[in-house]
Ligand binder design. Sequence first.
Ligand SMILES: Nc1ncnc2c1ncn2[C@@H]1O[C@H](COP(=O)(O)OP(=O)(O)OP(=O)(O)O)[C@@H](O)[C@H]1O
Ligand SMILES: [Mg+2]
Ligand SMILES: [Zn+2]
Length: 268
Amino acid sequence: MNKANNFSKTLGVKQIQIDEKCTVHNVNKIKVIGGRYKMDPYCPICEQEKQQKELDQLSKRVIEQEYKNYLKNYSIINRRSALSYTFANFEVQSHSKEATLLMQTRRVAGEYYQDKDKSFNTLLFGNAGTGKTHLAMAILNAVNDNSNPWQKCLFLSVSGLMQAQKNYFSDPANNLWSSKYTEHVVKDADLVVFDDLGSESAISQASNFVQETIFDIYEWNQRIITTTNLSLNELKRKYEPRIVSRILEGGKGHLIDFTQIQDKRPFK
Ligand SMILES: Nc1ncnc2c1ncn2[C@@H]1O[C@H](COP(=O)(O)OP(=O)(O)OP(=O)(O)O)[C@@H](O)[C@H]1O
Ligand SMILES: [Mg+2]
Ligand SMILES: [Zn+2]
């Protein structure tokens, strides 16, 4: 006799098999007698299935949260407020250039969330303050809200990542972003924004280490949305051809041009 039965006995509760059978499983039902609560006779198999279903639903909810919170939990974002950028709070006048960009990025978001296995990279390029980061984050939020099955979204500020890796080198005990950790986080993500490429160094040619790190990111994940202030020609001057070809690999419809847009940052 197991502990649960012992415990029941001390409370004066007993379970007995009755003649009535479960119409689904054709086994005798169990009746609980004694104790304070009245309870209908139950089928042990139905009961077990019900509990299993509840457990499955619970673990499904836990996994869903793991996916939906991936963005919040693993990203490197310069300003946390950027997490709230959406298509809905991107303001446009109808028939404006901004409206076209909104439409183009919405379409890209749709492609990413409708098919988790569709691999292509996207580039948002153009001047400062024109909404590239806003719309890149909006794509991630739209994918988080609309994809079925769920997708893990990740936002990495390029300069933030370089800084985080530097911190790791100088103090591994108190920092997370080793190359191994970065690899894990980037590979595990279904969609990545690599924000502000070019901001990681002021010099015209990126150092070998930086080139290597950036190349690795595009190797580890084939669904990357890059934003940059650099023009296509500047990108080609600054980065190795193997990096540039990956960034541009998405081709037509996935190269989104912000160069004609006015700076929206308030004057300081
Ligand atoms: N059309 C818009 N509607 C609402 N907010 C906007 C719009 N365009 C830009 N913004 C806001 O202006 C600020 C600057 O935009 P954002 O950071 O997206 O620019 P960016 O192109 O990424 O600039 P940078 O190249 O300097 O990184 C953000 O706070 C963003 O939310
Ligand atoms: Mg930006
Ligand atoms: Zn049953």
